[in-house]
Design a protein around this ligand. Structure first.
Ligand SMILES: NC(=O)c1ccc[n+]([C@@H]2O[C@H](COP(=O)([O-])OP(=O)(O)OC[C@H]3O[C@@H](n4cnc5c(N)ncnc54)[C@H](OP(=O)(O)O)[C@@H]3O)[C@@H](O)[C@H]2O)c1
Length: 266
């Protein structure tokens, strides 16, 4: 099977490289980018990725076409692809602005919408998946097994895209901001170097992720085990709880409003 990536910027580049690293048997990777130099770098590092000279040549020969351009560039790419798209191909879009219905109207293909996350750099983390009406059960299995090579695919309803993306796609930035602030405060107050504070926070978050994902701890379990009544953690939580009250509601509102703005200017 040949999979093709149109747009090898931040997300498209990451996905192209992730699939190259995953080296799935019988899967060939091709890519096309508007500015060729950006793709040249990827091909140099990952010779398994073949460079195509146009979106149309990629579209003619790829069974799965990943559309990894910004929403405002989608129509241009669709225009170049239009003559060569068929009902047997998968058209996979990674932006949250174009709906499945829009894409199904624009192309005869089996439409898939994905929300990737920077965590696919480490071949892990969630990819949110939404499948259009033209996919058969076998198509769903094919896409899921492809995506499992680089991620943990999680199916959502299209209406849940914004809030789910906030958790899985924006989440790494939100949590990194929180962790960075934590390390900065420790550096300020604890006679620690920046490097020491960072390594302590990083090893903590890695261990916490394993505890939650591999050992099945809930967030509540972790809090209960660490914040024993009368202890120092419980005292710290007394500061954290009121400070965080409503913060994430405001974060989710802000991203929702920004998304609406993007949809208006699609
Ligand atoms: N960044 C994230 O964390 C994230 C997460 C989930 C989803 N997304 C979504 O992913 C999409 C891409 O975002 P991004 O951050 O990867 O953007 P980006 O870094 O700007 O990458 C877009 C790429 O598309 C290329 N491109 C534009 N028009 C093209 C055309 N007609 N033919 C071929 N290539 C073309 C651009 O080429 P040039 O080199 O010429 O600019 C650029 O390399 C967006 O819709 C975004 O919402 C992003």
């Amino acid at each position: 099977m040949r999979i093709g990536f149109i747009g090898t910027g931040s997300m498209g580049g990451m996905l192209t490289k992730a699939f190259a690293r995953a080296a799935i048997a019988n899967v060939e990777i091709v890519a096309f980018n508007r500015t060729p130099a950006k793709l040249d770098k990827i091909v140099l590092e990952y010779p398994a990725v073949q460079k195509m000279d146009s979106a149309a040549s990629l579209g003619k020969t790829s069974q799965v076409i990943f559309l990894c351009v910004k929403p405002g560039d989608v129509q241009t790419v669709l225009n170049s692809l239009q003559p060569c798209l068929t009902r047997d191909q998968f058209l996979v879009s990674i932006n949250s602005v174009w709906s499945i219905a829009d894409l199904e109207q624009a192309a005869p293909c089996k439409v898939v919408k994905l929300i990737p996350s920077i965590t696919q750099e480490s071949l892990s983390g969630a990819i949110l998946t939404m499948y259009g009406s033209r996919l058969t059960h076998a198509d769903l299995e094919l896409m899921n097994s492809l995506l499992q090579a680089i991620s943990f695919p999680i199916a959502i309803d299209e209406q849940q895209t914004r809030v789910s993306s906030d958790l899985t796609s924006c989440g790494p930035a939100f949590m990194s901001h929180v962790l960075q602030s934590f390390a900065t405060a420790a550096e300020r107050q604890g006679n620690l170097s920046r490097e020491q504070a960072d390594i302590l926070v990083k090893t903590m978050i890695y261990g916490l992720a394993k505890l939650i994902v591999e050992e099945g701890f809930s967030f509540h379990d972790v809090i209960k085990r660490v914040a024993v009544p009368g202890g120092v953690t419980a005292e710290g939580l007394k500061v954290l709880e009121p400070a965080l009250d409503g913060v994430f509601d405001r974060v989710l509102t802000a991203t929702r409003l920004k998304q609406t703005e993007h949809e208006t200017h699609k």
